[in-house]
Design a protein around this ligand. Structure first.
Ligand SMILES: *Cc1c(COP(=O)(O)O)cnc(C)c1O
Length: 387
């Protein structure tokens, strides 16, 4: 039966145990037992598809992976202890010494740091394209280019990259297209439809949605996931069964949570757009967003992140932060609790001012991860802080 997204999120479940529990139980076990010597031999020879050791697979982890695969339209996946473990292990499994990566300039800070500070140790180099200039990608391709990498919407500028255009370029030049889909969540956007080979998520954000556990996952074509699996079962970044269990339950409410996040975020964006102390607001589903049409084409709703600029630069930005009462000053996003951050003085403070501007961050830029509190209370707090 071909069920819809919400139904798969709830009804995809590992086989019931002899206790016939309704809700999937937690399988805290590091290993699994065998019937006899032949069963054990055949299992290790991979003649049987079964659990051997929880570094390789676990029932709770498998349920979580199966749900995300159905949501993303992927053939297979592997789950990790964090989003960054997913990013690192995926690249480590696929690249050889000498390979070249082309990446969007606007990517998560730790991913950028992997490309700049660590991959060169293994003779893997990266070139960057501007999120506003996808036409510039082809000029960066060399005979050694293997992977095209991007995020959309971007953090914290909330730019939108046209996934269909990236898919066409990757196919034409035989590159592996990897999309970090964390900001959209599997509910709002499925990059595989537009030609992505692999999709990465930090499960820590909207997938958990309540700021409790770290997790990551990579899904995509069975061939590529097999490489990721072979590397990861040896190197050991596996997701804990407890976290997988928490996240599989979280996915049951992903659709209704992300609908409400997006509804609240759009209302806040519209409020800010009319506020005299705000220079500009960026939200994918605001008509004023430069890539509004692309956002409408590839996303179901705008997501939870709103960026705006307070008039008066760094000082006004900091005054705004000091006046916030209800919202949290925290580094997470996609949480049920609304969070405000000031990228110029925190997450992106190590960049030079001109590099910050190049990725859309001015001194007064504020990023709000709009949560699930009542929208009137979220707006009231921001209103009093701006005043
Ligand atoms: C948070 C985040 C990551 C890293 O995930 P962790 O779970 O914190 O390791 C990767 N990519 C994006 C876009 C993120 O927001």
């Amino acid at each position: 039966m071909d069920n819809k997204f919400e139904t798969n999120a709830i009804r995809t479940q590992i086989e019931r145990s002899q206790f016939l529990e309704h809700s999937a139980p937690l399988y805290l076990t590091s290993s699994y037992v065998f019937e006899d010597a032949e069963d054990m031999r055949a299992s290790f020879a991979e003649e049987k598809d079964r659990n051997i050791y929880s570094r390789y697979s676990n029932p709770n982890t498998s349920e979580f992976i199966e749900k995300i695969c159905k949501m993303e339209g992927a053939e297979a996946g592997f789950a990790f202890a964090s989003g960054m473990a997913a990013v690192f292990s995926t690249f480590a499994a696929l690249v050889e010494s000498g390979d070249h990566i082309i990446s969007s300039k606007s990517i998560f800070g730790s991913t950028h740091s992997l490309f700049v500070n660590f991959f060169p140790k293994w003779n893997v180099t990266t070139s960057y394209f501007d999120a506003h200039n996808l036409e510039g990608i082809e000029a960066l391709i060399t005979p050694k280019t293997k992977i095209l990498y991007a995020e959309s919407p971007t953090n914290p500028a909330v730019d939108i990259l046209d996934l269909e255009v990236l898919g066409v370029i990757a196919k034409k030049h035989n590159l592996i297209l990897i999309i970090d889909n964390c900001f959209a969540s599997p509910y709002l956007q499925q990059p595989i439809k537009f030609g992505a080979d692999l999709v990465i998520h930090s499960g820590t954000k909207l997938i958990d949605g309540q700021g409790r556990v770290l997790a990551g996952i990579t899904v995509g074509s069975a061939d590529l996931i097999d490489k990721v699996y072979r590397f990861s079962r040896i190197s050991g970044p596996a997701l804990s069964p407890f976290n997988a269990w928490v996240l599989s339950k979280s996915l049951e409410t992903l659709a209704i949570r992300v609908d409400r996040h997006s509804e609240n975020a759009l209302k806040l964006a519209e409020y800010l757009e009319a506020h005299p102390k705000v220079n500009w607001v960026k939200y994918p589903f605001l008509k004023s967003h430069p890539q509004y049409k692309v956002a409408k084409k590839q996303m179901k709703a705008g997501g939870c992140i709103v960026a705006f600029e307070v008039k008066g630069g760094l000082q006004a930005g900091q005054e705004f932060f000091n006046a916030i009462k209800l919202l949290s000053l925290s580094a997470n996003l996609g949480d049920s609790r609304s969070i405000v951050t000031h990228p110029a003085s925190t997450t992106h403070s190590k960049l030079a001012a001109e590099d910050r501007v190049a990725v859309g961050i001015t001194d007064g830029t504020v990023r709000v991860s709009v949560g699930l509190e009542h929208i009137d209370d979220i707006i009231a707090d921001i209103k009093q802080a701006l005043g």
